[in-house]
Design a protein around this ligand. Structure first.
Ligand SMILES: [Zn+2]
Length: 446
């Protein structure tokens, strides 16, 4: 196996990463305008990365509307995509940071700064891995295109725009998760169940759809009866003023069965006290089940496991009942079939189904050339035989067919994504560069 990546490439990659970290490319809707839909700083990061790419010999293109950018090298019909993103999550007013999140610092072989792990660091690891191949004189049998999104941390409007206007990849990777690789990501479906209002009770609980709610308050004439019902069920709660607040355990919606949903617990207690069809849906039918089994029957497949169904919000007012739900669909489950089953079931409880958001699943078979090559390369270079992953989470890999998430975090990498003091050990970055170089060499060299 040839050593393509040299110390020079390490240094160049780190320099490029430092330049990118210095751009605080956080979504700023208040700064949205023509050519910078997500704020000027986000576009600045796209400009910066294109300047870096142009400097090492890539052909570059920036979307005139400012949603995405890309840089390409090589010739040929096929297009190998490397799906990156240049936006970052906020640094929470720098709370908890020991250094300025947007002023990169290297200390004891670790680089600190927002984006070092997600996703500026991995992007530069992949970019300079390709540069190493170019410097070695490797010729490519296809085009390699780095696609830089700029709205990954929010609504993915960048890739939506890209897919409207630009060429799709024949294959590709998203260096935005972990090694070895993720070949299946469940479909992500968010919806609301809407029903009539009632004068009997008022409820306002929950929030973000992708979180299992850990509290659910109720205030009103039935507080005492609800407390009694909760005691009987053995559910914990606290009193806050006149409100009884049911306690649960918050986890990401993709892991809903591992959490404790405070809203469905409250609904179970409330529906002991009040008879109201939409409430009975949660309190009598769903109960504590977070796999959708009580609603649509057992739903799972061999490729990607079980359906998850997280009831994340509940409002009941005199005008309306509204239940927010986040679902992660096994890759072989057809969205339309599932929706029909849900709609039929909830109708029995005076509810109607309304889709809110849908991200199609990702599935690349394990016997495909792409997965086989990536996995073999990773295993040969690390000796780590960890099986590839199936995830309820989401990366840009699912925005195109035949793409998988590949690196750049290792099994033993402490996870600093979205956290204070985001950091990445440089030796791990260099190891990722070697793996990317060899993988892309095997897949794309003439
Ligand atoms: Zn990311």
């Amino acid at each position: 196996m040839k050593q393509f990546v040299t110390q020079k490439h390490h240094e160049e990659a780190v320099e490029a990463l430092k330049k990118l970290i210095r751009v605080p490319s956080v979504l700023d809707e208040s700064d949205s305008g023509k050519g910078h839909p997500f704020g000027k700083n986000v576009v600045k990061a796209l400009d910066q990365v294109l300047e870096i790419c142009a400097g090492i010999g890539f052909r570059t293109f920036k979307d005139p509307e400012g949603y995405y950018a890309y840089a390409e090298v090589g010739e040929g019909e096929d297009l190998f995509a490397i799906l990156c993103h240049m936006d970052v999550v906020p640094a929470a007013d720098q709370k908890g940071w020991n250094t300025d999140p947007f002023d990169p610092v290297i200390k004891d072989g670790v680089i600190y700064g927002r984006g070092s792990q997600d996703d500026k660091g991995p992007s530069m690891a992949a970019l300079y891995a390709v540069k190493a191949l170019m410097d070695d004189g490797v010729e490519f049998n296809q085009r390699i295109r780095f696609i830089f999104g700029s709205d990954e941390e929010n609504l993915w409007r960048c890739m939506e725009k890209y897919n409207e206007k630009e060429e799709s990849a024949t294959a590709g990777i998203a260096p935005d998760h972990g090694f070895p690789l993720t070949f299946a990501e469940k479909g992500l479906l968010q919806a609301y169940l809407i029903g009539p209002g009632t004068d009997k009770i008022t409820v306002n609980a929950g929030g973000a759809l992708n979180v299992v709610p850990d509290t659910a308050p109720y205030e009103g004439e039935y507080v005492e009866a609800v407390k009694e019902a909760l005691d009987k069920l053995g559910f914990s709660y606290e009193m806050e003023g006149n409100a009884v607040v049911v306690q649960g355990k918050s986890v990401h919606a993709k892991d809903a069965p591992e959490g404790t949903n405070a809203i469905t617990r409250l609904a179970m207690a409330l529906s002991e006290v009040v008879d109201f069809a939409p409430l009975n849906f949660l309190g009598k039918l769903v109960q504590e089940n977070a796999t959708g089994e009580n609603v649509v029957g057992k739903t799972q497949d061999e490729q990607s496991g079980e359906l998850t169904m997280n009831f994340a919000s509940l409002t009941i007012s005199p005008e309306e009942t509204k239940i927010g739900v986040d679902m992660r669909l096994p890759v072989t489950v057809k969205k339309e079939d599932l929706e029909e089953k849900i709609a039929t079931k909830v109708k029995e409880y005076d509810l109607t189904y309304q889709e809110f958001d849908w991200l199609d699943s990702l599935y690349v078979p394990q016997d495909s050339t792409l997965v086989k090559t990536l996995l073999a390369t990773y295993r040969e270079m690390t000796g780590d035989m960890t099986e590839p992953e199936i995830s309820g989470g989401a990366t840009f890999a699912r925005t195109m067919k035949n793409c998988v998430a590949y690196g750049a975090m290792f099994e033993d990498t402490p996870d600093f994504m979205h956290q204070a003091n985001e950091q990445w050990e440089l030796d791990q970055m260099y190891k990722a560069m070697d793996i990317y170089a060899e993988s892309i060499y095997r897949l794309c060299a003439k």
